[in-house]
Write a protein that binds this ligand. Structure first.
Ligand SMILES: Nc1ncnc2c1ncn2[C@@H]1O[C@H](COP(=O)(O)OP(=O)(O)OP(=O)(O)O)[C@@H](O)[C@H]1O
Ligand SMILES: [Mg+2]
Length: 246
């Protein structure tokens, strides 16, 4: 069955695009046909992180409005055979639930196993639209107070939608700052947001380096974040794995 996963956050810059790109890459490496949708209209950058800026022509709104089919619009990754990208429009037109559902129906017909949606920060229109069709959601937070408060707000909004499973990823974790009490510890963060944990990703400069030049981090196999992203992909895929100790 197709799983549709909306990646959201309260505050901006917590790592939604990095989580989307790397978890999708890990799922596609496991042999799952995976579609990523950039839902951050105007500010879109998932194509840069995936090194696919030259291959995107059509956006999810073109597919939603039946201007092109998903098959025509989804760009295939040059190295990862099972990974496809649908980018965001420069300006979001008015779209309804049926039009968004049409994208998901086409993804089913094309035998995609996962659709992962890189949402904008906060409670933007795209988050509300894609929440209508998501079966799961990942709320990405960092361990600082502002990110956690934002994650808690967005979690309550997503709980009001018909999403079966909502989990947290705590990103850019720096153990020394947790020990000094500057960053919250993982248990406290889970309590505060009121959601179960899907994964913990360490601060890792390889994420920045690969994201900036479009190199595939998962293939590079360098640094702690790769293991964390692969573990998150395994858990999404139903494998029971302990949370990595950072
Ligand atoms: N685990 C990590 N370690 C180090 N840097 C990271 C990590 N995760 C993300 N980053 C960096 O943090 C910055 C913001 O990440 P990203 O663009 O993924 O966040 P975002 O939530 O999608 O932002 P926005 O809200 O603007 O869409 C990027 O420069 C990225 O490379
Ligand atoms: Mg982003």
């Amino acid at each position: 069955m197709l799983k549709v996963i909306l990646v959201a956050s309260g505050k901006g810059g917590t790592g939604k695009t990095s989580v989307t790109a790397n978890v999708a890459a890990a799922l596609s490496e496991k042999g799952h046909k995976t579609l990523v949708i950039d839902a951050d209209s105007g500010l879109r950058n998932l194509d840069i992180t995936l090194g696919m800026s030259d291959s995107v022509v059509f956006s999810f709104s073109d597919v939603a409005q039946d201007i092109v089919t998903l098959e025509q619009a989804a760009a295939k990754h040059s190295i990862l055979n099972n990974l496809y990208l649908l980018t965001a429009p420069v300006v979001l037109p008015k779209l309804n639930e049926n039009q968004i559902y049409g994208i998901i129906e086409q993804a089913k017909e094309l035998s995609f196993e996962y659709v992962i949606i890189d949402g904008p920060a906060g409670l933007a229109d795209e988050v509300k639209l894609f929440a209508l069709v998501a079966t799961q959601s990942i709320v990405v937070t960092m361990a600082d107070k502002a990110s956690i408060r934002g994650a808690e707000r967005v979690a309550r909004l997503l709980e009001n939608e018909n999403i079966m499973r909502i989990r947290i990823v705590v990103n850019r974790v720096r153990p020394s700052l947790i020990r000094q009490g500057i960053m919250g510890n993982i248990d406290d963060i889970m309590d505060e947001i009121g959601l179960p944990l899907l994964g913990v990703v360490p601060e890792d400069e390889n994420v920045i380096a690969c994201g900036t030049n479009g190199k595939c981090l998962i293939k590079s196999k360098k640094g702690g974040a790769v293991t964390a992203f692969c573990n998150i992909a395994q858990r999404i895929d139903g494998v029971r794995l302990p949370i990595m100790r950072i």
